[in-house]
Design a binder for this molecule. Structure first.
Ligand code: DQA
Length: 148
């Protein structure tokens, strides 16, 4: 299985950015741990951008190349019709991840424009959310229960 992991704006600053909310790991460390966890179950390719159009382009280009997408759209979760349309349009099963539990935070974070076009959403488990998302996505793609 080939999985694209997309991270949106400001996630390149993980490790330095509000560590009390997002933890102390860098994005490179999170992706490296995810690759180790995936082992031979999935090939992980990752992409981070602060630019909405680049994210839209990466999702659109994933069609016919990847089997599924894990995405943390960051602030674009709450604002981007374009990212939502890209996820819906690419037709790939997509799992949305957030490091923090956005429902415990400001009300403007409570709405996700992207979640309705995703298979599901995982939030509040810090960087472990990426592993949880991978297990969920692979189970979905293989039509299996986790642990089976
Ligand atoms: C986030 C939550 C978003 O509200 C925020 O804009 C982010 C990170 C998270 O992973 O918790 O940048 O997606």
């Amino acid at each position: 299985m080939k999985i694209l992991v997309v991270n949106g704006p400001n996630l390149g600053l993980l490790g330095k950015r509000e560590p009390e909310i997002y933890g102390s790991e860098t994005l490179a460390e999170i992706i490296s741990r995810l690759r180790g966890y995936a082992a031979d179950r999935a090939e992980i390719q990752d992409f981070q951008s602060d630019i909405e159009g680049e994210i839209v382009h990466a999702i659109g280009s994933a069609m016919n190349v990847f089997d599924g997408i894990i995405i943390n759209p960051a602030a674009y979760t709450h604002t981007s019709v374009a990212v939502r349309d890209a996820i819906a349009g690419c037709g790939l099963p997509t799992v949305e991840v957030h490091l923090s539990n956005v429902h415990k935070r400001e009300s403007f974070r409570h709405e996700s424009l992207t979640a309705p076009v995703c298979v599901g959403q995982i939030m509040g488990f810090g960087s472990n959310g990426y592993q949880l998302a991978l297990d969920a996505l692979l189970a979905h793609l293989n039509n299996r229960k986790i642990g089976e």
